[in-house]
Design a protein around this ligand. Sequence first.
Ligand code: GLN
Length: 244
Amino acid sequence: MSERRLRVCALYPDLMNIYADRGNLIMLQRRSEWRGIDFQLISSGLGDRLDPDAADIYYIGGGQDRDQKLCAHDLAEHKRDDLHAAAARGAVVFAVCGGYQLLGSSYQLRDETLPGVGLVELHTVRADGPRLIGNAAIEVELDAGARRVLAGFENHGGRTYLAGAADPLGRVLTGHGNNDRDGHEGVRAGNVIGTYLHGPLLPKNAWFADWLITAALGLPTPLSPLPDELEDAAHAEARHAAGV
Ligand code: GLN
């Protein structure tokens, strides 16, 4: 862990990048480098080993069901133990939509069940109902007493259900969230975070990018402020689109 270098490992960057979710990586890079923090991006694709000590953030973007199938089996067979090891030492695991669905125990796709990595207690079911699509906003409390809003866009057929001690990332203000029923969105277990929100999420919620960097590097104090007029405008626009 270094305060001067952020190491990010993107899992399956060629397959899990729907809705330009790779913009999340660019956001992490820019906001690190603007503070003089070196940024290093590595990737781990199909068949590759995952080094549990090589990154401060492990990132999985969203994906179509067919691409998820390839990744789900690869993740379970080749990377499960190492991803658990990374999370256990406090690395951030940040997963969006299709990636989020793979953090749990399984993704039931009609007559096929895709394995998850079992990092958090949740499962996902591809129901027959309509896809859950639209702008969305959730209220999160990542640090005690500090409630903030994340705004983004969701488009998923799967419904996710948390179990056991799993906590949602946030409370749905507007949109569908995990399953359109219980008002929960995403999951958070320490530094393991999953969400259905695209956008890409981080360019629309710059404060959350900073929170991830701070958590990943274990920084004792918040990062120095940046001139965020454009980022704040993007956030306001995303909130406006979601009606919050
Ligand atoms: N394929 C998954 C679903 O439809 C995830 C989609 C996504 O990543 N946007 O539920």
